[in-house]
Design a protein around this ligand. Structure first.
Ligand code: APR
Ligand code: ZN
Length: 364
């Protein structure tokens, strides 16, 4: 039996159509989830703006949380009524990476193809397949995900907050904690303070980095960054490198890029002290080549670290992040600048393109 669901569908072009789709009953190993909230993330925008190829038509949204409504055969990790955070990179649980506890580099996941493990899609429109973005498709009242993509968290975490644990918070905090492993008292720069950059700042604050320097084009974003624990803020421009070198006394220990722009990624080594680490969190358009000065990297002992999804192991990290939020250690509520309806999603992308809003969250 299928159910009807209102969803935001991408058919090419830079805006989404709000329409009814059909969601199949959950098959073996999958769960039907009724969404409570979905964040509007920079990665969704990459697709709308034609920077990444995806199967089409696509139900957008990959940063979601909701309640399990039904489970398929053999599902053991979640039960009907559980509140879950969705993962946009579901682990296959069988490959060498998964078996080594490194689910974030799983080689068996079909998330990036927007398919369930058996190669099917649970969504359709008048009998034609529709693809859930990254096998999540959270901009829909209902979706079906693999069991390993739905992680139970305490029901006292609001859905808006839980949705952000599923991407921006896990990506940002994970970049600091899992990838860079920043120690207390080390200095850090964050270039780009949207939802992901602010989450990096949250992580830096959590581990006691100091100083924490936020860089953005927008004064509004920098004011928010200071509320999140940035000790200094710098407007992005020709003299930002000099300002950062002066604040840190010669360069930062860590520099994070959270935009996905060629020029800002290439600027990272210049912000670092010898032995410093550049962490690439922002995702550039496909086929973009990034240039670094090889001699400067080698001589300076600079490390370049690629960080995807904060190297999140969903079953380990989502409950930890939820516990930190409930303990008052992650100000995720303050990341939510706008609570919107599904039919306001195009306005949210427009605002994002103008560099406005920390995070818009669709509330169902
Ligand atoms: N210099 C400094 N800041 C900039 C610049 C620039 N040249 N251009 C844009 N920004 C700022 C914007 O003002 C905004 O605050 O970068 C921020 C980007 O934030 P969002 O658009 O909200 O994107 P976000 O969801 O945070 O994602 C950022 O991380 O995971 C990836 O795919 C995601 O590549 C995207 C990146
Ligand atoms: Zn995202």
């Amino acid at each position: 039996m299928t159910i009807s669901s209102r969803a935001a569908v991408h058919r090419g072009g830079s805006s989404l159509e709000i329409t009814q789709i059909e969601v199949a009953a959950p098959g073996p190993g999958t769960a039907l989830v009724r969404l409570g909230a979905s964040g509007v993330c920079g990665s969704d925008r990459h697709v709308l703006d034609g920077e990444w190829e995806m199967p089409s038509p696509t139900v957008m949204g990959h940063e979601g949380a909701g309640v399990v409504e039904a489970i398929g055969e053999g599902v053991e990790d979640v039960a009907v009524g559980d509140h879950v955070v969705l993962s946009w990179f579901y682990p296959c649980r069988r490959c060498t990476a998964c078996l080594s506890g490194r689910a974030f580099v799983c080689t068996g996941s079909r998330s990036e193809e927007c398919l369930l493990p058996d190669g099917s899609t649970p969504l359709s429109e008048n009998g034609t397949p529709v693809y859930p973005y990254l096998a999540v498709g959270s901009m829909s009242e209902y979706t079906v995900v693999p069991e390993s993509a739905a992680v139970k968290i305490p029901s006292d975490v609001p859905f808006e907050v839980a949705s952000l644990l599923g991407c921006s918070v896990s990506t940002g905090v994970g970049a600091v904690v899992n990838d860079a492993m920043v120690a207390p008292g080390r200095s850090a720069v964050v270039v780009g303070t949207g939802g992901v950059g602010l989450s990096i700042i949250m992580g830096l604050n959590l581990v006691g980095a100091h100083p924490i320097i936020a860089v953005d084009l927008s004064e509004e974003k920098l004011a928010i960054a200071r509320r999140f624990g940035a000790t200094h803020s710098v407007i992005s421009g020709p003299d930002s490198q000099e300002q950062i070198r002066s604040i840190t006394g010669g360069g930062a220990d860590y520099a994070f890029e959270a935009i996905g722009r060629k020029d800002t990624i290439e600027s990272l080594p210049g912000l670092l002290v010898r032995g410093g680490t550049a962490v690439l969190v922002g995702l550039p358009p496909a086929d973009q080549t990034i240039n670094f000065d090889g001699l400067a990297l080698a001589e300076g002992g600079i490390r370049i670290v690629g960080s995807n999804y904060g190297s999140t192991v969903p079953g380990r990290d989502f409950p930890r992040l939820a516990a930190l939020y409930l303990a008052g250690k992650l100000p995720v509520d303050e990341l939510i600048s706008d609570r919107i309806r599904l039919d306001q999603v195009n306005e949210a992308f427009e605002a994002m393109r103008r560099g406005e809003r920390a995070r818009s969250v669709i509330v169902f």
